[in-house]
Design a protein around this ligand. Sequence first.
Ligand code: 4AD
Ligand code: MG
Length: 445
Amino acid sequence: MTTPIQIADIANYDGQEVLVRGWVYDRTDKGRLQFIKLRDGSGVAQCVAFKKEMSPEAFEIAGSLTQESSVQVTGTVRKDDRAPGHPGGYEIGVQSIELIQMADEYPITPKEHGTEFLMDNRHLWVRSSRQWAILRIRATIINAMRNWLDDHGYLLVDTPIITPAAGEETTTLFGIDYFGEPAYLAQTGQLYNEANMAAFGKVYCFGPTFRAEKSKTRRHLMEFWMLEPEMAFFSLEDLMDMEEQFVSHVIQRVLEKHPLELEIIERDTSKLENALPPFPRISYDDAVARLQKLAAETDDPEQKELLQIEWGSDFGSPHETAIAEMFDRPVFVYHYPTAVKAFYMQPVDGRPEVCLSVDLLAPEGYGEITGGSERIYDGDLLEQRVAQIGLPREAYAWYLDLRRFGSVPHAGFGIGLERTVAWICGLSHIRETIPYARMLNRKYP
Ligand code: 4AD
Ligand code: MG
């Protein structure tokens, strides 16, 4: 009897007759020999169809297969170090082949295509090795994040996507019509996390979040996935201690689990291996001083212009990149100006113009991957902030309640999944980090 196998496990079947079902990734015609690269989702294996070893009908099918046709192949696995594929090193000597569907002319060929074309064909592009590798790494990143939290006493508590009020900047809200009432797609799960934190101590949420950011950058999506932990009795230091353990765990898991995928995408992993705790920690003040010094010292006028910064402004991506380049691993920047951060951040004692916030900047120009803070836990101060920012109090009444019933110091952060994938995979643009990107000019397919 023939065993159906996953190509990922091909090494376990040396010398055995197997059944593989999948899609033709590529085919090379050598007359009496057909080399078929077969893709089954778990990997790619070279299937060698030799005229002498097959029925004429089966060999004819083999020789007519178009790219992405679906087939079922029976054959014998044999070790061959030169055999291409993922994982490679084994090939299948074909005995029989059955056609499931002969594919129409496939739009994505091994030749170069423009990115817009590939994005228009994203539903097919996800089959390509590079995209396959990236999306497998993405799945492991999610798994590693969740496992670390589950193993460290955090509880997954889901937060709603349809919300009555803004969680972050009101300028980036996606509004919806909720039976005649306005509502918004969640920008963050944080406010609900804070309620859940008081019920479970250490919680996290993980889900899609939405920002109507009218910017076309290689770091912004309209719909992105964010994982947000929230912890009772955590200080800013506790938060940084936890984040560096968490982030380095994720990197280590990807390095262990995905040598093949990292090789497919040609990632220089030496850059990731270094991402071990402790991560350097610098204050916003220090970061501004370093940027100003760098701007003063550079001979490049364009760079000088880009690095200009006054105390009080938020960092743009050139600033974040320059700060990150000063270190050999991710760097924490803490105590940002209160004015550039969200309304819920706790001001620093005796220096309310800065707040107990921290961003983690990734190396290699990937910028901010996490943003977090201690939260205001004094009810009066939070009331004042809500009023000052001009938020409608009714919509935040439940959130303000949390400060009336056992309010405690607490902190949390959000990590952007796609920015993390972009960094770990070394991608120049965020659009390839998510199966179906939603961007300013794209909601298809
Ligand atoms: O810094 P942000 O806006 O923080 C929050 O939303 C907090 N409520 C999180 C918390 O404390 N619980 O977003 C957090 C992270 C950013 O560091 C970035 O990685 C990612 O979310 N992010 C985006 N990723 C892709 N596209 C966008 N438009 C993003 N906006 C934020
Ligand atoms: Mg932020």
